[in-house]
Design a protein around this ligand. Structure first.
Ligand code: ZN
Length: 245
């Protein structure tokens, strides 16, 4: 592969499974094993049903993200950035493991938001999630917004919600202005995230896919790597850095 100078990366749940966070749509995925959890993640159900909200807060307290540490794949993307090759790091993940690994926050585009903050659906107040979870732990089963009393949720995109236009715009820009687009650990079945591959290809970038399972974009990729991400991504990044030297 000849030397790319500007690489945009899209990561999905598969990059975090080595950190102990299950994916959604894989064989052991959260939605695969418990379709009801997916139904409860619909925004209109969440807003309408206090019992779903109470269950959601309990699930947030128990979320594996809180104890998770970044893995070798996250670290490899920090190396890519330090080598001056990273245009942007677009992620579908809400775990902030890229930032914890050391990726510069301004390089990370969180398509689906972050679990580390809560938001009020009425007045849009953003609060650190640990403050809200402390209230849940202290006995408030569905803690209302401290400013307006509205319903709070995690600062993430629920089913039935659209992506924030400015976030999607930044991601599209990153896809269209790189010479190599790398999709890692994502099934590429959920739009608009999956469409970023198409946008990168249309703009002339090459595409590399690193994923355990086949994706709909495999036929269009210059290279498809079905090896475990924890080994495959560090190897790919090393190759890119060596080629750029
Ligand atoms: Zn509020």
């Amino acid at each position: 592969m000849n030397e790319p100078t500007s690489v945009s990366v899209l990561t999905g749940a598969g990059i975090s499974t080595d950190s102990g966070i299950p994916d959604y749509r894989g064989p052991q995925g959260v939605w695969t094993k418990n379709p009801q959890a997916a139904a409860n993640a619909q925004i209109d159900r969440y807003l309408a049903d206090p019992e779903i909200r109470r269950a959601s807060w309990r699930a947030r307290i128990d979320h594996p993200a809180w104890g998770a540490r970044p893995n070798a794949a996250h670290a490899a993307l920090v190396d890519l950035e330090h080598a001056g090759l990273l245009r942007a790091l677009i992620t579908q993940n809400i775990d902030e493991l890229h930032q914890r690994a050391g990726s510069a926050p301004e390089k990370v585009i969180e398509l689906h938001g972050t679990l580390h903050r809560a938001e009020c659906v009425s007045c849009d107040l953003i609060t650190p999630m640990d403050e809200v979870l402390a209230r849940v732990a202290a006995g408030e089963e569905d803690p209302p917004c401290p400013r307006c009393g509205g319903i709070q949720k995690s600062n993430t995109i629920s089913f039935g919600q659209t992506l924030k236009p400015e976030v999607l715009g930044a991601a599209l820009d990153a896809a269209q202005s790189c010479d190599l687009f790398v999709a890692v650990g994502t099934s590429l079945t959920v739009h608009p995230a999956a469409g970023l591959c198409g946008a990168a290809l249309d703009a002339g970038a090459r595409l590399v896919i690193v994923n355990a399972e086949p994706t709909p974009y495999d036929p269009f990729a210059d290279r498809v790597i079905n090896e475990p991400i924890g080994q495959a991504l560090p190897a790919l990044v090393k190759e890119l850095i060596d080629a750029a030297r």
